[in-house]
Design a binder for this molecule. Sequence first.
Ligand SMILES: Nc1ncnc2c1ncn2[C@@H]1O[C@H](COP(=O)(O)OP(=O)(O)OP(=O)(O)O)[C@@H](O)[C@H]1O
Length: 257
Amino acid sequence: MALLEIEHLGIRFGGLQALHDFSLQLEEGELVGLIGPNGAGKTTVFNLVTGVYRPSAGEIRWLGRSLVGLRPSQIAQAGVARTFQNIRLFKGLSVLDNVRAALYKSGRTHLFGALAGAGAIAAEEEAIFERSMEMLELFGLAHLAAEPAGSLPYGHQRRLEMARALAARPRLLLLDEPAAGMNPAEAERLLEQIRWIHRHFGVAIILIEHQMRVVMGVCPRIVVLDFGEIIAEGPPEFIRQHPRVLEAYLGRQAEGS
Ligand SMILES: Nc1ncnc2c1ncn2[C@@H]1O[C@H](COP(=O)(O)OP(=O)(O)OP(=O)(O)O)[C@@H](O)[C@H]1O
């Protein structure tokens, strides 16, 4: 059974058809890139999958069961995690507390739910602490655990966001333009990190990215959106030469330059 099945998904905002007839099937552990020019509808796909928006048409199935109508918190609990285009951390909280907060929120940590009383709560606190530190260590942030998240350099904040998202062991990670605002060297490092996350956690990933080079370097399959519709889908070498993709990207760049 597919991990995620999206069928004929659509949403309108007033007169704007932001997404139309969008279908995508994702297997456990698969890594797919979602690209397209500004306003193509990429983030809208994430907002639909995570329950922020409700579709006007179509179906989203997670392990065979519909996600449509579930609250974002329920979808997160089911195993879908995301990061945002504009980093969303609790900037005033410590690096450690940012990961801890994600674990409390996920509701997936009731490891000692069958037990009652203060002992069980203390054990759960301990489990959350251990898991949070484990994540910080994996992401090379453990030595910064006590620092306020807002004081970290940009690249570290991105890493913390990913550590947070992965702490509750999701089965699907939605990455929304993680390379935004990065220079080429930073983007290259991020690429390595995404490859590592994919290998290490065995998690399925949908990567939205503006920089074609980043997506092409990491995703074996790429879906291209333009004006809310899929215009091409396939491996990087196919996408790179696809006339509609070239037109969508280069045509508009040429107009803009
Ligand atoms: N809540 C909303 N209300 C009205 N219009 C919206 C809403 N959310 C998205 N849109 C519109 O839907 C279209 C698709 O937006 P979306 O953010 O999904 O694009 P995108 O491909 O992620 O673009 P970018 O690369 O600029 O982030 C845009 O025209 C956007 O203005």
